[in-house]
Ligand binder design. Structure first.
Ligand SMILES: CC(=O)N[C@H](C=O)[C@@H](O)[C@H](O)[C@H](O)COP(=O)(O)O
Length: 227
């Protein structure tokens, strides 16, 4: 699926919403992901991010905005679209952008990040978003040919502290490194003010997940405030 340079540019300064429910949760149904995506697009999401092959398929038919797809396999180590096989399945499902683990950790299939990106580019029209955890990752991902750089894994790989909100320090550092790729702020953006701060720190666009689409967590925030 082709995301033209113009369509990518249209995401500048915009909100992307991640619609994910986790295994065993009541909303963990691909068609519900599609409905959630349609709901956030009504609210102004300029693109959506969804997990799973069937979720990408349902979401593609539910919305007319770019779809970032990923395949989570497990929940620790290299688990976000860890191999080329996972990535090609997500591209074949219709994702405009395939989000993959963009760290410098070894990949389960033994391929380098550059070979993985080249494999996706060679077999599909999808762009590649590298989910990074540090400035070192971001530099390596740009060098490896990733089309977009995300801070998705900041605070989850041991290289950066798990900040309460978004890792604004990392965002500013990656922006300053001027890697020539759209920088996507993602991870622990829980308020509109934090989304604004991420753009002010140099992000091209902002991904918000939990704070918009994970009712169990949001409910817990309110419950805790009343405890
Ligand atoms: C680390 C990891 O597994 N991140 C995942 C990546 O797709 C999702 O679980 C997050 O919800 C997503 O990145 C959005 O972040 P937040 O939900 O914090 O707004």
């Amino acid at each position: 699926m082709i995301l033209t340079p113009q369509a990518l540019e249209a995401l500048r300064g915009q909100l992307i919403v991640s619609c994910q429910a986790y295994p065993g949760e009541p909303l963990r149904e691909p068609h519900i992901t599609g409905q959630m995506a349609a709901s956030v697009v009504r609210g102004g999401a300029a693109a959506v991010r969804v997990q799973g092959v069937a979720d990408v398929q349902f979401t593609r038919s539910a919305v007319n905005v770019p779809v970032i797809g990923l395949w989570k396999d497990g929940h620790e180590g290299t688990f976000i679209t860890p191999t080329l096989r996972h990535a090609l399945a997500i591209a074949a499902a219709g994702a405009h952008v395939v989000a993959i683990d963009g760290t410098r950790r070894p990949r389960p299939d033994g391929l380098s990040l550059a070979a993985t990106v080249a494999g996706i580019h060679g077999a599909s029209h999808a762009l590649v978003m590298a989910d990074c955890g540090s400035l070192g990752d971001a530099r390596a991902a740009a060098e490896a040919g990733a089309d977009l750089i995300g801070t998705t894994l900041a605070g989850y790989t041991g290289e950066r502290p798990k900040t309460d909100g978004p890792d604004l320090e990392l965002l500013a550092a990656v922006a300053a490194a001027d890697l020539g790729r759209p920088l996507i702020a993602e991870g622990r953006i829980h308020t509109p003010a934090q989304a604004r701060a991420a753009v002010d720190a140099g992000a091209f666009a902002v991904v918000v997940g939990t704070a918009i689409t994970h009712p169990a967590t949001i409910t817990g925030w309110f419950r805790d405030a009343l405890a």
